[in-house]
Design a protein. Structure first.
Length: 201
């Protein structure tokens, strides 16, 4: 028996195959195969979300609450993987998550923030996460003025990568980790225009 629950915009659909919906000129497409996979999508306007899950007990949650035109892609293969995407701010954010293996976790938060005490509506952030293996954890928080770019590629077991990009924006971060039990943390703020590169194996 295959049981899947797909929540799209404000509608709930129970299906064994594919589901798609339009809400406020937004588009969401969910493809799931396996047992007990869960996909939840909430959209504002002119947003696009793609979710593809194969395996068992995978969970994907995408919230696109920014002004408009956010793009999210989640591709999970294996069991017990979790992907969470929160896109806010002014919009025009792009998130791509691909996980293959078991019990991997990816979290992307693309929203606002503050600079010198002034609230900002962040935009044009880009995050890419590739994970293969088991029990890997990647988290990305992008805010500030926006135009931040984060790339994480992890393969192996029990690796952890964390990226926080705020402040003036225009920050760049690249993390490559292969093997087991590696840990990388990047925090970029100030007036922006920071660049970081980490390669561990």
């Amino acid at each position: 028996m295959k049981l899947q629950r797909t929540t799209i915009a404000t509608a709930v659909a129970l299906a064994l195959g594919a589901s798609s919906a339009m809400a406020s000129n937004s588009y969401s497409d969910v493809q799931q195969s396996g047992d007990y996979n869960d996909a939840t999508v909430s959209q504002n306007s002119y947003d696009t979300s793609y979710i593809d899950q194969s395996g068992d007990d995978n969970d994907a949650v995408v919230t696109q609450a920014g002004y408009r035109s956010n793009m999210s892609t989640v591709d999970q293969m294996g069991d017990d993987n979790t992907a969470t995407v929160d896109q806010g701010g002014w919009g025009y954010n792009d998130s791509y998550i691909e996980q293959a293996g078991n019990s991997n976790t990816a979290t992307v938060d693309q929203g606002g923030g503050t600079l010198l005490g002034v609230a900002l509506a962040s935009e044009n952030n880009e995050s890419t996460i590739y994970q293969s293996g088991d029990n890997n954890d990647a988290s990305v928080a992008q805010g500030g003025l926006g135009f931040n770019d984060s790339y994480i590629d992890q393969s192996g077991y029990d690796n952890m990568a964390s990226v926080t990009q705020t402040g003036g924006g225009f920050n760049g971060s690249n993390i490559f980790q292969s093997g087991d039990d590696n840990e990388a943390t990047v925090t970029q703020g100030g007036f922006g225009f920071n660049d970081s590169y980490i390669d561990q194996s």
